[in-house]
Design a protein around this ligand. Structure first.
Ligand code: DGJ
Length: 714
């Protein structure tokens, strides 16, 4: 069956994405492109009669509102436009004309594009759609073009959404999103959607800790296991905005694109602007089904190296902070190797005058007093221990106290006649300027080569303030978008030039985790809060959108340096084993017994890693429950791993049995339990494990945890 089906009589185009269908109707006579279906599979006949525009019941209504694929301002429309333009004469009202559409199908993916222009005005736009046979995620983006002749005045795009996603009319709408702050990212919130406009946004020049460009909508009836869920995400790493509109008439649309409110794009004649990709996903499989489908999409169609197991890393930050020396790092690396780490990462403090956060950013040569012979001897030592060598960098930043700033004060983003407010004593370099990105690429390549670097942790530790690109263009705020595009360019060129280099995305923890950043990195640092209990809620939210394969998690010291909470090593490991396991504690202060115990967990993680990192993930409960678990099922079905935690005190009532998911009901599994409870070694059928589960008890006491391993026997 073709991925894109066209029903010419009705002008309906059906996009078949895995077991879902999206249909739109192109109506040249009316100048409209409208959504007619987003849900389960349908045929052209099913949607032929669907949603014909109604006549306006009165002079205060616009039947088109909430139905178009990219609504403009103009004609009879009152809803917020997805595309809002201002011409040189001040006109914003657009009268769209449909020029036609084009379909290209190749192998297991297909693209549709629909072209439109404004009557008598120099603006053309093309709506793009991509679908794939194996994936319910639909990718959409828009290309906008000033089609005038040279010399015609420019036009300004006030709102330039990648897409408008229109949901079916539902009796209720509920919105799920992840919110937070520094050291408290990805907190999942589910709230009824108010009538009006609800905007999630970052006005910070980066994706942000406060909101992530992802939203899930349902009719307040979906559960973790079942029910219709629609999600929308944006592949953007700069400022962004996603507005969900619930009309009083009962319609619901999501508009999203790069740039916050007020980030305008001015196009001169002949210029064009390509929006980021926005993804849309429908599933009848509840929130868990939505997450699993999104995880598969990230793995199969976003990540650059999805097939590689992510290494167990040891990072120096919480152990040594800025007190980085050759001897200290060597000692840490020796212990990291002893417990089985595969990658040793020297964090902040290795360069310039960086003995604290007040100086050195921008001067990317090894700190003379810390590394008199440079970094190569340390890299060689780490390689000699059988580990890969990683280095922290923060290429987009500069301390005013640095050689770079003294030479190039004009490279920072801040406007010359405005106060530049340093945050964490640093300013942002303007990565929208090619001379700045050329400089960054040059020293990054040299650093990777000179110090035999296998892995970079790319950090970004402050939001933009007073930002605008030099030259006072009328659309100076577009730097809130274009800076991130410059970062993407450097990452792309770096990876192309050094294909074995691997990169971790970081922004003071999880301030830049998004689909665009993951398209050019291998994993993400999720939060600077490494408290194993707090982390469970952060990881629960993160897992709504992103797979365990990119979720960096470290075991650090107890009491935790950030929260002062004391948590047993076992719980700390089980918490971090839910993603890409790392160790970030000061191993020089761990006892020999702790190091041995740690080595045993690392070994166990390596055995289970393929299932955890790339398996299908099932959330069994939430961190708000007395105990909860996450289950991973290997894609070939041969193994399943369950990590279960009780963060608080044991309840008196018996813990409910843990019913498992994703198993083959007819298969038989051997269940092993590393807590030594009676379940260990039992053999049960998939059907019994799903309907009756395993005993839910954890050992007594606070912060109890366990790992179950299920191996398919037949
Ligand atoms: C913020 C990161 O999230 C930390 O892990 C660490 O790398 C510091 N920056 C270093 O300055």
């Amino acid at each position: 069956m073709p991925l894109i089906e066209i029903d010419r009589p009705s002008g309906t185009v059906l996009l078949h994405a895995a077991a879902t269908c999206y249909a739109l109707r192109v109506d040249p006579a009316a100048g409209t492109v409208r959504t007619v279906h987003w849900g389960g599979p349908v045929t052209p006949a099913d949607v032929r009669e669907a949603q014909e525009p109604e006549a306006a019941p009165d002079s205060f209504s616009a039947p088109l509102d909430g139905t178009e694929e990219l609504a403009v301002d103009g004609q009879v429309r009152f809803a917020p436009p997805a595309l809002d333009v201002r011409y040189a004469d001040g006109t914003s009202a657009v009268e769209p004309v449909v020029d036609g559409y084009d379909v290209r199908e190749e192998g297991d993916s297909a693209e549709l594009s629909v072209s439109l222009h404004d009557t008598g005005r120099p603006l053309g736009w093309r709506l793009h759609y991509r679908v794939r046979r194996d994936c319910p995620v639909i990718e959409r983006w828009t290309v906008l073009r000033h089609t005038g002749e040279r010399g015609q005045p420019p036009l300004t795009l006030l709102r330039h959404s990648a897409a408008q996603w229109n949901l079916p009319v539902l009796p209720e709408y509920r919105m799920s999103a992840v919110h937070g702050r520094w050291a408290g990212e990805f907190q999942l919130r589910r709230t009824p959607l108010a009538v009006g406009e609800t905007t999630l946004t970052s006005r910070r020049g980066h994706t942000g800790h406060q909101s992530n460009p992802w939203i899930a909508l349902d009719a307040s009836d979906a559960t973790e296991e079942a029910g219709e869920v629609w999600t929308v995400a944006l592949a953007t790493s700069g400022s962004w905005r996603m507005t969900t509109v619930r009309s009083a008439e009962g319609r619901c649309s999501v508009l999203g694109g790069s740039g916050h409110e007020g980030v305008e794009i001015t196009l001169a004649a002949g210029e064009s602007w390509t929006t980021p990709v926005s993804t849309g996903l429908y599933t009848p499989g509840g929130f868990g089904g939505a997450s699993r489908a999104h995880h598969s999409y990230v793995r199969d169609h976003v990540l650059p190296a999805p097939g590689e197991p992510r290494p167990v890393l040891c990072n120096s930050w919480e152990a040594t902070a800025f007190d980085v020396t050759f001897d200290g790092q060597r000692e840490l690396a020796d212990l990291a190797a002893r417990i089985g780490a595969e990658l040793f990462v020297v964090d902040d403090g290795w360069f310039g005058a960086r003995s604290c956060d007040r100086a050195g950013l921008g001067d990317w040569t090894p700190r003379q007093t810390a590394f008199p012979e440079g970094l190569r001897p340390l890299a060689d030592h780490v390689h000699g221990l059988g580990m890969r060598f990683g280095l922290w960098v923060e290429p987009e930043m500069v301390n005013p106290d640095s050689e770079l700033f003294r030479e190039r004060p004009d490279w920072v983003l801040h406007l010359p006649d405005r106060t530049a407010h340093p945050l964490r004593n640093q300013l942002v370099l303007d990565f929208s300027r090619p001379e700045v990105t050329d400089w960054a690429l040059d020293w990054l390549l040299r650093t990777v080569d000179d110090f035999a670097v296998d892995f970079l942790k790319w950090d970004f530790n402050r939001s933009f303030t007073e930002a605008g690109s030099a030259g006072h263009r009328p659309d100076a705020r577009r730097v809130f978008v274009e800076h991130a595009l410059g970062v993407h360019r450097v990452l792309d060129e770096l990876r192309a030039a050094r294909p074995t280099l691997r990169i971790e995305a970081c922004s003071g923890g999880g301030g830049r985790v998004d689909l665009a950043s993951l398209a050019r990195t291998d994993q993400a640092w999720v939060s600077d809060n490494t408290d194993a209990v707090d982390r469970l809620a952060i990881q629960h939210g993160f897992s709504q959108v992103f797979p365990a394969q990119v979720m960096g998690a470290w075991v650090t010291d107890s009491p935790n340096p950030f929260t002062r909470r004391a948590v047993p090593l076992r719980f700390r490991f089980h918490s971090a084993m839910a993603g890409v396991l790392g160790v970030g504690g000061d191993l020089t202060r761990w006892s020999a017994a702790d190091l041995d115990e740690a080595a045993a967990y690392v070994a166990r993680y390596k055995e289970a890693r393929a299932t955890i990192q790339t398996g299908d993930q099932y959330r069994l409960g939430t961190p708000a429950d007395p105990s909860h678990a996450v289950q991973y099922v290997a894609r070939d079905g041969a193994e399943s791993v369950v990590l279960q935690w009780r963060a608080g005190p044991a309840e008196r009532a018996r813990a409910p049995r843990l019913r498992l998911r994703g198993l083959d009901p007819r298969a038989v599994y051997r269940v092993d339990d590393d807590s030594g409870t009676p379940a260990a070694g039992t053999v049960r059928s998939g059907a019994a494990l799903a309907s009756h589960g395993v005993p839910g008890e954890l050992p007594p006491g606070d912060h109890a945890s366990r790992m179950l391993t299920l191996r398919r026997k037949s």
